[in-house]
Design a protein around this ligand. Structure first.
Ligand code: PEP
Length: 263
């Protein structure tokens, strides 16, 4: 298989960023883009605190159809503007094959979410854009199934796959999902692809994000992706897991301590 063990791959994103290949990537931003001014202010703050990429959902896979669904194409314009102002490349989720072309025009990296982890038609469409792909683990998927999903992108001729562990469904209900930290060193053994961790969607609780990010760094992850919001309690999506910008700064410091160098 194409994702099997070999030299660790670095996946280039935009002109001057690489995920994997020895570095540690810090991807941060709101769970959902809520407005242009808010995003711009947040992106500047995150860049100043050491973020390397900007995340932000504009097509949101919400459990309830009555919950905020995202700003759609207006949100893409806001992401592009924040990227232009800060130099941070943008990663955003594609929920539907019908949106792939429009999202690919504005984003630097395409995210396939946990709920689409085995949407093979979507994986093929996303792969064909040639943009790097951030592939979340399906929360009901084994490591083997997750790697086979990665294989769909690789088999379509796109070598830019970054895997993201984001928690799996278990009997434990104290956290939203259960972060499978063992998947990090395991997948690093099974595959040459970079592996990052999203502690925000894994645990759903702000107070656990920094220790879980530290655990990800200690386990050999190639980076973390975290939700940050200027005012978590007021966020339109997943506010309980959003760090403040200052807390993101503390996360950067903590990860640096674990790595023994600046991330
Ligand atoms: C996200 O990162 O915005 C997201 C919805 O994550 P997941 O697909 O892992 O739930």
């Amino acid at each position: 298989s194409r994702c099997a063990t070999g030299e660790d791959t670095g996946v280039p994103v935009a002109a001057d960023r690489v995920i994997g290949g020895g570095g540690f990537s810090l991807i941060a931003g709101p769970c959902a883009v809520e407005g242009g001014e808010q995003l711009m202010g947040l992106a500047r703050d995150l860049a100043a605190r050491g973020a390397g990429l900007l995340r932000g959902g504009v097509y949101k896979p919400r459990t309830s159809p009555y919950a905020f669904q995202g700003l759609g194409s207006d949100g893409l314009t806001m992401l592009r503007a924040a990227s232009a102002a800060t130099g941070l490349p943008v990663v955003t989720e594609v929920l539907d094959a019908a949106h792939v072309a429009a999202v690919a025009e504005q984003a630097d990296m395409l995210q396939v979410g946990s709920r689409n982890g085995q949407n093979f038609a979507l994986l093929k469409e996303v792969a064909l854009t040639g943009l790097p792909v951030l592939l979340k683990r399906g929360f009901g998927c084994t490591v083997d199934e997750w790697l086979h999903s990665a294989e769909y992108v690789l088999a379509a001729g796109n070598s830019g796959v970054v895997l993201c562990e984001r928690g799996i469904r278990t009997f434990e209900s104290a956290t939203r999902f259960t972060l499978d930290i063992s998947a990090v060193p395991l997948v690093k053994r099974l595959s040459h692809l970079p592996v990052i961790v999203d502690p925000s969607h894994a645990c759903g609780r702000r107070d656990l994000i920094i220790p879980l990010a530290a655990a990800a760094a200690a386990a050999g992850a190639d980076g973390v992706m975290v939700d940050v919001h200027p005012c978590g309690p007021a966020a339109l999506c997943d506010g309980a897991q959003a760090l403040s910008p200052a807390e993101f700064g503390s996360l950067v410091t903590r990860v640096g301590q674990v790595l023994g160098r600046d991330p």
